[in-house]
Design a protein. Structure first.
Lengths: 224, 386
């Protein structure tokens, strides 16, 4: 059974008097342990798809089933709980909290978990070591390079060992060398069993993925 | 890492903004503390002064007559069925329900006598209670200590031509003038004061008194109730309250109190507005941050808790600062506001607790909407990148 199953997914936005059809009848299945890149031009609907997969954007119609749960059937704050338990997010602009150190940023998802501070620190240190930043735990984001900030963001996303890692243009703000390093890190995580769904516009990133889904005008055009 | 760690770290990062917020709220709390403390201290000051400045209940014999005097000028009066109060009856005043409010009872016997060819009004008093009640009296010489000593009003001394230490004969009995009063501007200037038993003997009114003054002044005293209680104990006496001065002062104080509360209300409103605007601005600045929190699984209640903990911490600090500054302000202002130079500042634990509680309540209430606004933010909108 697929870890992620999307059936007849549509998402319409109202833009002034017009209705924009961001997603038009998508059907996608992603198995556990897969590394998927979603590609497409600007406005193709790839970021909308990622926000729907992230439980943050209610679809107009269709079904989204993740880890055996029909996501948008979850009542109230259980959707937030689902995100906390099953999903990890990596954002394009890193979105690290500027007044927290690297270690504290990574500990952020654990702030709402009932466990002792030493255990939280251990988990955060392990995640930072996993992304190669074990020596910079006490640095503030503005004391880190772009690549390092991206690694902190990845460590924050994996600290709770989520089933699914969602990444939105994680190399969008990085130079090509750092991009390669970050993509290699994603590959490494995937090889360790992590399911990764990544939105990217860079065709080179597709090399690291098992499959690439290309969208155009809200529809799947190719799956390679 | 706990939710409050985020709040504390954010406060530390936005020092200038949070300092502005703290000062804004602290100024409000300080104003309230100053006004409340000043009002209470001034009430205490007036209360003490009232205790010092004499009687506010007058006990006189019941009479059906009407006094004919105005502004100290007596034109006599028409009275009939004049009764007198027995001195022994005064002990009953101490048995009233509010006897603890009585600070002094000063019985007096009055009667006209002829001394050195002049008509003089002799007043028999209990010097201990009389001097306690009339603290404005300034005595040249000594206060009378035994039954054969007199105290003379300044005009009486002049008319009778006697000075301190000299002898004066009253109705065949020789007395020593122990002291002479400094000019008071009242009827006391023309009186001759002797001890109560001697005056009663000279006037032939042994065991009887003409009037008694009762000092029971304090702003919280139920004067009206006390008048009724004394009247019940002394059915042959007329008991009346001298409330003009007290009420005048208390009325002025009451007006000041109302003004203080109105000021406090305005200040509280402005303080709340500062908290609201600053917290709202802070929330809007942190849109992306809140989006990240929501994306990684924070519930709405978690977001609210972060914002409200920040508000609570700022409010507590503002409460402490406001209380300290308010008490400092009251201390500086009290000498100018109170009449007595030794007016005491009231340190009240309730004012301290109240200012902290008020600050906390204001801060949290004013931050409630910004916190709700933050919690309701759409994470997708907040992040935009998604």
């Amino acid at each position: 059974m697929a870890l992620i199953r999307i059936a007849n997914l549509t998402k319409h936005y109202a833009s002034g008097d017009e209705t924009v059809e961001a997603l038009r009848g998508l059907n996608i299945a992603i198995e556990a342990g897969e590394f998927i890149t979603i590609m497409g031009q600007s406005g193709s609907g790839k970021s909308t798809l990622l926000s729907v997969l992230g439980g943050m954007n209610h679809p107009t119609s269709g079904e989204v089933e993740m880890a055996g749960v029909r996501l948008y059937d979850l009542p109230g704050e259980q959707l937030a709980d689902f995100r906390a338990q099953k999903l990890g997010f990596v954002f394009q602009s890193f979105h690290l909290i500027p007044y927290l150190t690297a270690l504290e940023n990574v500990m952020l998802p654990l702030a709402i978990v009932k466990m002792g501070t030493p255990a939280k620190k251990d988990a955060a240190r392990q995640a930072l070591e996993r992304v190669g930043l074990g020596a910079k735990v006490d640095r503030l984001p503005n004391q880190l390079s772009g690549g390092e900030q991206e690694r902190v963001a990845i460590a924050r996303a994996i600290v709770k060992r989520p089933q699914i890692l969602l990444a939105d243009e994680p190399t969008g703000n990085l130079d090509s060398k750092t991009s390669d390093e970050v993509m290699a890190l994603f590959r490494e995580l995937n090889e360790a069993g992590q399911t990764v769904v990544m939105v990217t516009h860079n065709p080179d990133n597709g090399r690291h993925a098992d499959r690439t889904i290309t969208l155009r005008d809200g529809m799947v055009v190719t799956v390679t | 890492m706990k939710l409050h760690t985020i709040s504390v770290n954010n406060l530390l990062r936005r020092k200038a903004k949070m300092a502005f917020l703290t000062i804004g709220l602290a100024v409000g709390i300080a104003t309230i503390v100053t006004l409340v403390t000043l009002t209470r201290s001034m009430s205490g000051d007036i209360e003490r002064k009232m205790d010092e400045f004499g009687a506010n209940i007058l006990v006189t014999p019941l009479s059906n007559g009407l006094a004919m005097n105005y502004g100290g000028i007596s034109l006599g009066g028409v009275s009939f069925d004049q009764r007198e109060i027995r001195e022994s009856d005064l002990a009953r005043i101490r048995t009233i329900a509010n006897h603890r409010n009585i600070s002094a009872i000063s019985p007096k016997v009055l009667g006209g006598i002829r001394v050195k060819g002049h008509d003089v009004l002799l007043v028999g008093v209990n010097f201990d209670s009389e001097l306690k009640m009339k603290q404005w009296w300034k005595v040249f010489g000594e206060s009378p200590r035994n039954a054969n000593e007199l105290l003379l009003g300044t005009d009486a001394a002049k008319v009778l031509g006697v000075g301190t230490g000299e002898q004066l004969e009253l109705e065949g009995e020789t007395f020593t003038v122990a002291g002479i009063l400094d000019q008071t501007g009242s009827q006391d200037d023309s009186l001759v004061f002797s001890s109560l038993p001697k005056a009663q003997k000279i006037l032939g009114k042994e065991g009887k008194i003409t009037l008694a003054e009762v000092a029971a002044l304090c702003s919280g005293c139920p004067i009206g109730d006390m008048v009724t209680q004394i009247a019940e104990k002394l059915p042959d006496a007329k008991v009346s309250a001298i409330q003009q001065v007290v009420e005048g002062r208390l009325k002025a104080l009451d007006q000041f109190k109302r003004f203080s509360y109105a000021m406090a209300g305005v200040v509280v409103f402005i303080g709340s507005l500062i908290v609201f605007v600053t917290m709202m601005g802070s929330v809007n600045e942190r849109t992306t941050e809140i989006g990240v929190f929501r994306a990684i699984g924070f519930r709405k209640s978690h977001i609210m808790r972060i914002i409200l903990v920040e508000a609570a911490l700022v409010s507590l600090v503002a409460g402490f600062i406001g209380y300290g500054a308010g008490m400092g302000g009251a201390r500086l202002a009290l000498p100018f506001m109170a009449e007595a130079k030794d007016a005491k500042l009231l340190w009240d634990v309730w004012v301290a607790g109240g200012s902290l509680g008020l600050s906390l309540t204001l801060g949290i209430l004013a931050s409630l909407y910004p916190a709700l606004h933050a919690a309701k933010m759409d994470p997708t909108e907040a992040l935009r990148a998604l």
